[in-house]
Design a protein around this ligand. Sequence first.
Ligand SMILES: Cc1cc2nc3c(=O)[nH]c(=O)nc-3n(C[C@H](O)[C@H](O)[C@H](O)COP(=O)(O)OP(=O)(O)OC[C@H]3O[C@@H](n4cnc5c(N)ncnc54)[C@H](O)[C@@H]3O)c2cc1C
Length: 418
Amino acid sequence: MTIPTATDVLVVGGGPAGSLLGCLLARRGIEVLLVEKQTHLDRDFRGETLAAPSVVTLRKLGFGPALRAHGYLETSGVTMRMEGRQVFGVDYSRFPIGALPIDIPQPALIGIFNDAARNLPNFTYLGGTTFTRLVESDGVVRGAALRQKDGAVVEVRARIVIGADGRFSKVRRASGLAADIQPMARDFLSFKLPRPPKWGNGAELIVDRDKHLVVLPTFPDWLRIGHNMPKGGYGELRKNGFDVFKAGISRLDARLAPLVDAHLRSWDDTGFLEIFTAEMPQWARDGLLLIGDASHTATPILGQGVNLAIQDTVCLAPLLAARLAQGSPGDVIPATAFTDFVATRHAHKSLVTRFQRMQEKSLTARTPAATALRRARFRLLDRLPLKYRVFGKVINMPHAVDPVDVRTTPTDVPTPTR
Ligand SMILES: Cc1cc2nc3c(=O)[nH]c(=O)nc-3n(C[C@H](O)[C@H](O)[C@H](O)COP(=O)(O)OP(=O)(O)OC[C@H]3O[C@@H](n4cnc5c(N)ncnc54)[C@H](O)[C@@H]3O)c2cc1C
């Protein structure tokens, strides 16, 4: 497919943020070009937990039947075990928001958004197309240069370029906007194991001093497991050998030992995740806006990345549609149009990051005194009804915009093919 040389909205990156935004704008009749560097949607070890407010939002946007047709797993709650003792638990059904968090593979979620937009005449999706640089004049972003699969580079003019190209965003770097990138003390290695039939649907955090596992029941019949390691410790871990790594997992959770023995064969069965946060005071320039991980990378704690990306999109779609309707065709959208949007979304991301940092800090405790104090704190919090208020504030923050206002065509979401 040839690249159009001009469009209203150029979205770079077909992850959850970019693909949902492309779909919502195209439904409103706006001309959208969505470019994604990958030629396929396959992505493993990626955000598969969708927080409950996003489930509510996607249902209101008309995606409920497509989600059900694909299938997903509802997460019943979360428990925390420390040095062999259960210290904390939250039952998600006690939050009165009408949905549980769900687990659905990211390719399926993105596929549902793309399928909903695919046949709209004003929507173009180009896979295998990579953003290389911004096109600018007089300090204003006018479009971007895109490299196609065959190596040809094409310049596309747009009234607004949306950088939704994830945690290592090239659009962010090209924009010159300042980003505060803070490495966390730990990195992660993720892997999947078959889920035993009677395992249950609750997420678990299993902690032993400064080591821990996150165990997430995953659709359709997997356990997704994250194993922490000190920052920069991946080389050391590999030097010690795969068997030592496997033994470490089994020591942390003996239930996993037979699964690890039977199903983890080599480092190729694992995925490395470098953990850092990115904070940006400004997300916009004239003609450019960053959303999703590109503007605010969070840590994986509590699985909020996709939720934040979806909330950005739902807030942005009506605002962008209104601005595009103003002015003449070809007018660039100024950065000032996004001041309130950035303030609102920044506040939400900051709340999530503050909580994640507190949690990260508590997970680094290793001395007997520090771990005993940590256990006592979580036990105390567990007994207080307040825990539902504290936890709910972080994971269930309602969307700032009612999704019903975003939805323009109620029944255009096709059922996905698996
Ligand atoms: C291992 C792991 C586990 C995670 N677990 C969870 C979880 O359970 N729940 C949760 O909510 N979040 C989780 N996250 C975070 C979540 O995946 C992200 O927050 C979310 O995907 C962000 O969406 P996004 O659309 O902003 O960016 P991304 O999903 O990163 O999408 C960006 C897209 O841009 C494309 N792209 C990049 N560069 C270019 C370019 N130059 N040109 C064109 N396209 C480009 C990429 O190929 C990609 O498709 C996890 C992340 C990781 C890495």
